[in-house]
Design a protein around this ligand. Structure first.
Ligand SMILES: *Cc1c(COP(=O)(O)O)cnc(C)c1O
Length: 221
């Protein structure tokens, strides 16, 4: 039977190969094991296998799942990859080390206000609605540059990069390339892009953070 440890080893080999193929150092690609919907026992297997960087898409689920695990593994780094409501920003800032879904002025202003009141913001990726899809989260493409500058320069938030989820059912590479171009134009080093189905392509186009759920934990039930 395939175990989480086996799957992680396979992923690491694939990450190494994809990075080398594009002349990159595999150490520059951070694997985020997306544990949303998976119970603590699956997460424990990944921790046992050496994983320390995890992604969750809901604040409440992370709050319920992670404190006991973090009591045992105090070097875990937790990433929020799902949408964040402003009224949950304080809890999120306390729970997560990195937030990938900063996507609107109200949330940016809330994080800046919390910082001014003593809650340091996590490192932040700005999510870009890279396919200009009406239903999708993320700052609109046409507003991306202004929003990046507002967050980083006016509000002085710790923006480390950009994140995207390309439109479903289309080849993702043009979208990855576009996100990389916006990051380059704005002088941002981090690129959170690539999931289980397309992470090698994302690495080829510069991903620094790949977010893998099913590739690590197996199919969601
Ligand atoms: C669920 C999720 C992932 C991981 O998806 P897989 O297909 O399981 O790899 C990555 N990014 C985001 C934003 C997600 O919500």
């Amino acid at each position: 039977m395939e175990t989480t440890a086996n799957r992680l080893e396979t992923i690491r080999n694939r990450v190494d190969a994809a990075a080398r193929l594009s002349g990159r150092d595999p150490a520059d690609v951070v694997l985020i094991a997306v544990s949303k919907t998976f119970p603590a026992e699956n997460v424990a297997d990944a921790l046992e296998a050496g994983c320390r960087i995890f992604g969750e898409n809901r604040v409440q689920e992370a709050e319920a799942k992670w404190p006991p695990l973090r009591n045992v593994y105090d070097d875990v780094e937790l990433h929020l990859i799902g949408p964040l409501q402003s009224n949950k920003a304080e809890t999120a800032a306390a729970t997560f080390d990195v937030i990938h879904s900063l996507d609107r002025p109200k949330l940016a202003e809330t994080l800046a206000r919390l910082r001014d009141m003593g809650t340091p913001p996590p490192r932040l990726f700005i999510q870009v609605n890279i396919g200009d899809e009406p239903q999708k989260s993320g700052v609109e493409l046409q507003d991306a540059a202004t929003f990046i500058q507002t967050c980083r320069d006016r509000l002085e938030l710790p923006v480390v990069g950009l994140m995207c989820i390309p439109p479903a059912g289309e080849p993702p590479s043009p979208y990855f390339a576009l996100l990389a171009k916006i990051a380059r134009d704005e002088g941002l080093a981090g690129l959170s892009m690539g999931m289980s189905a397309d992470f090698e392509m994302a690495i080829g186009l510069g991903a620094t953070h790949i977010r893998l759920g099913e590739a690590v934990f197996g199919a969601r039930g």
